[in-house]
Design a protein around this ligand. Structure first.
Ligand SMILES: Cc1cc2nc3c(=O)[nH]c(=O)nc-3n(C[C@H](O)[C@H](O)[C@H](O)COP(=O)(O)OP(=O)(O)OC[C@H]3O[C@@H](n4cnc5c(N)ncnc54)[C@H](O)[C@@H]3O)c2cc1C
Length: 449
């Protein structure tokens, strides 16, 4: 008898793998251990729940535990934490209600995700100080806003979660400050895009403190202020969003190797250094499509796709998990900001490229058609090969054009090849020369010049 396919972690990567495996091999036992109560939830939607655009937290659940059990025949066990893996004996140790048991596996998927980084700030344990990673935290923030009616909020970290939360809390009538240690917000999106977003955040009333290191939080049981180096700022609510770290201790303690990014090292099928142990999603590395190097991209599509591929692989159809371009998009009030590939010149040079870039502004529609706005496109290429390396785009509409460039990265297009793409045009949607083509044209000129 084939031992079951056991999955640790019941969100994007884990449940995608479970569903795919059951679809491909209905007779194979699939057991999912999830330590919490929520499964298959869209963490990405949590800021919009807090903002009030999504009515119920349950709306963020794609497939309920009952549907997994009854309709998909997945043996889903919530409230079950895997506390150890023995890859030689091919068993996991599971803890539930204070009891422990061993579960043998035929194949194992580690899909333990990532956790919010918690710097050692004084006062982290004060009431009103939150991170936002789990559904329970989203629920707690929403309750706090409802019950306490905070007037001021501090967001520590100007990454995409910080920017989304700035919008959400402003919409709830709260005065928001963002504190960012670096000279810019949205670091992976590049400086040009960040500047446009920052101007917009200020226009929307967000008090932006760049190059500002938070020291901690003060208050009498409940947070009242954020302590900076020489001053303090009032805050009735604090959200700390300074990034995530992959949950790898379970794997590392079992001798499963980590890669250069400190996430779990995997091959192109998501396999670890043990043949029958896989890892996917926010806890695992993926190969960067531009550099060919291992990368850690804690984003939803990477997790869903890798999980699905591993579900196929373990049921007899070996399927690569796919490379990542780090393609991401974020809404900041009225703006969209998007990025893909390698934008940072230092990172490009480390990967052996000689980066050349341009930043252009182009209208999203012809001048005569109502509603045109400016789109800022930064395009980066390698000088010698002319290969497109990455891009970022920011504007009021049309930032999903980043997908054209993500496609170019996967096909290893050069700038002249990107410039030759036949992109759609009609006045309500685009000028004749789509802004992506304009950026390619300008960058081509720079490469030739
Ligand atoms: C606020 C927010 C907004 C986001 N917005 C976006 C977005 O717009 N676009 C985007 O692409 N991505 C976004 N993401 C990221 C996206 O949610 C993640 O990439 C995705 O959830 C990763 O899925 P995963 O299955 O790898 O891990 P997770 O979602 O972290 O799930 C891992 C699961 O494993 C469980 N687990 C961990 N250890 C154990 C154990 N030992 N035993 C049993 N269970 C365990 C955890 O309880 C958890 O449920 C956002 C994330 C957050 C927090």
């Amino acid at each position: 008898m084939t031992e079951p396919f056991v999955i640790v972690g019941g969100d994007a990567a884990g449940m995608s793998a479970a569903s795919k495996a059951k679809r491909e091999a209905p007779d194979r036992d699939v057991i999912v251990f999830e330590k919490g109560e929520w499964v298959s939830y869209a963490a990405c939607g949590m800021p919009y729940y807090i903002k009030g655009e999504v009515d119920d937290l349950e709306d963020l659940v794609a497939v309920t535990p009952e549907e997994f059990r009854e309709e998909r025949d997945v043996d889903l066990r919530t409230g079950h934490e895997v506390v150890a893996i023995d890859p030689e004996a091919k068993t996991v140790t599971v803890e539930t209600d204070g009891e422990r048991f061993e579960q043998p596996y035929g194949d194992l998927l580690i899909a333990t995700g990532a956790r919010a980084i918690e710097p050692p700030f004084d006062g982290f344990d004060l009431e009103g100080v939150f991170t936002l990673r789990s559904m329970n935290e989203a629920d707690a923030i929403e309750d706090y806003v409802d019950d306490r009616g905070p007037e001021t909020a501090a967001i520590v970290g100007g990454g995409y979660v910080g920017v989304e939360m700035a919008e959400a809390l402003t919409e709830r009538g709260i005065d928001v400050s963002i504190f960012e240690m670096l000279p810019q917000t949205l670091q992976p999106f590049g400086e040009e895009t960040a500047r446009v977003v920052e101007d917009h955040l200020r226009e929307q009333g967000v008090d932006l403190h760049l190059e500002t290191a938070v020291q901690g939080f003060d208050g009498d049981e409940v947070v009242e202020t954020v302590a900076l180096e020489d001053s303090s700022v009032a805050a009735d609510l604090v959200v700390v969003g300074v990034g995530v770290a992959p949950n790898v201790s379970l794997a590392a303690e079992a001798g499963i190797e980590l890669g250069p990014t400190d996430a779990i090292a995997t091959d192109e099928y998501g396999r670890t250094n043990y043949d029958d142990v896989y890892a996917a999603g926010d806890c695992a590395e993926a190969t960067n499509v531009v550099t060919g190097e291992p990368d850690h991209v804690p984003l939803a599509l990477t997790a869903n796709r890798a999980g699905r591929a591993i579900g196929s692989t373990v049921t007899g159809d070996p399927t690569p998990t796919g490379p990542t371009a780090g393609t991401a998009i974020v809404k900041a009030f009225e703006l969209g900001a998007a990025r893909t590939g390698v934008i940072d010149p230092e990172r490009a040079r480390e990967a052996g490229f000689d980066p050349v870039s341009v930043t252009i502004e182009a209208p999203t529609r012809p001048h005569y058609y109502p509603g045109a706005t400016e789109l800022t496109v930064t395009l980066v290429a390698d000088r010698e090969s002319e290969r497109v390396l990455g891009a970022s785009i920011v504007g009021h509409e049309g930032t999903k054009r980043i997908d054209t460039i993500a496609t170019a990265l996967s096909s290893e297009l050069t700038v002249p090849e990107l410039q030759e793409l036949d992109l759609a045009y009609a006045p309500p949607f685009s000028p004749v020369w789509d802004p992506v083509l304009t950026a390619a044209k300008v960058l081509n000129g720079k490469l030739e010049g």
